[in-house]
Design a protein around this ligand. Structure first.
Ligand SMILES: [Mg+2]
Length: 266
């Protein structure tokens, strides 16, 4: 496979919700032993990186500051690169605000905003929607979505993703985000490749969802690896490939099987 860097999805690859996938933890350690660089990429739009590091620690994984990109943080970085420190109105929760503030952006009410940043919010209400609506109706406002996730697979069943807000704004205004940061967008993948510091020909993305992870790999022009430890299985694989028109370059049962294969190449 000729791989020196891996971009790893979290849910369905290293864990299922709060529960780690034991085989995957083994695989992760082996990948590190082989000297392959890794970065975790998460589409989460409500958490800050701090919260994610706590989760890794519970799994007994040693993940460094430089080995995690989360869509909240990637959004703040993207806005800085586009426009420098900016005035932002966001629908999002504290985790997203924390990341925006960390990079010097100012959280303002809609009348002062240059950016509308849409992230999921479990306390979304009529008032927030009203403000977001007024911004979406203004063409001069740059509209950025943290991720395009329609639903989020919680442990007790699906819950609304950022799609709740993107969908409502679209229905009200006909407008879609100008920029989407999270997978399958290449924006977050390009930031991950930068972090790895590996030439893109030698980078692969590993994930459990064809329409998100494998599609992100295609959009960014890197190799893609599907693991069958999450939402994709033998039964829905063909259907997903047909639906999306993309296919992974490699398929493994789980992260451990991928790690074994990488070891046999060395
Ligand atoms: Mg996943």
């Amino acid at each position: 496979m000729n791989i020196e860097g891996l971009i790893l999805d979290i849910d369905g690859v290293i864990s299922r919700g709060r529960k780690p996938i034991e085989k995957a933890l083994e695989g992760y350690r082996l990948i590190k032993e082989l000297g392959i660089k890794t970065v975790f990429v998460s589409n989460n739009s409500t958490r800050s990186r701090r919260i994610m590091f706590e989760r890794f620690e519970q799994f007994g994984l040693d993940v460094g500051e430089d080995e995690l990109i989360i869509a909240t943080h990637a959004t703040a970085v993207h806005i800085s690169r586009e426009n420098g420190e900016s005035r932002v109105f966001t629908t999002g929760e504290d985790g997203l605000k924390e990341e925006l503030l960390n990079l010097g952006h100012e959280i303002v009410d809609y009348r002062e905003a240059e950016y509308l940043v849409v992230g999921s919010n479990r306390g979304i209400n009529f008032d927030i929607f009203t403000r977001a609506l007024r911004l979406a109706l203004n063409d001069e406002i740059r509209y950025v979505a943290v991720n395009p996730d329609r639903v989020f697979p919680a442990e007790d069943g699906p819950i609304p993703g950022t799609g709740l807000i993107i969908g409502a704004l679209y229905w009200m205004t006909g407008r879609q985000p100008d920029v989407v940061v999270g997978k399958p967008s290449r924006i977050i993948i390009d930031q991950a490749i930068e972090k790895l510091g590996v030439r893109r020909e030698k980078v692969a993305i590993v994930g459990d969802q064809i329409d998100i992870d494998i599609m992100a790999g295609k959009n960014a022009g890197i190799k893609s690896i599907l693991v069958m430890s999450g939402v994709t299985d033998e039964e829905n694989y063909e259907e997903k490939v047909k639906e999306t028109g993309v296919e992974p370059d490699y398929i493994f049962r789980d992260l451990n099987e991928l790690a074994q294969s990488l070891r046999s190449e060395k």
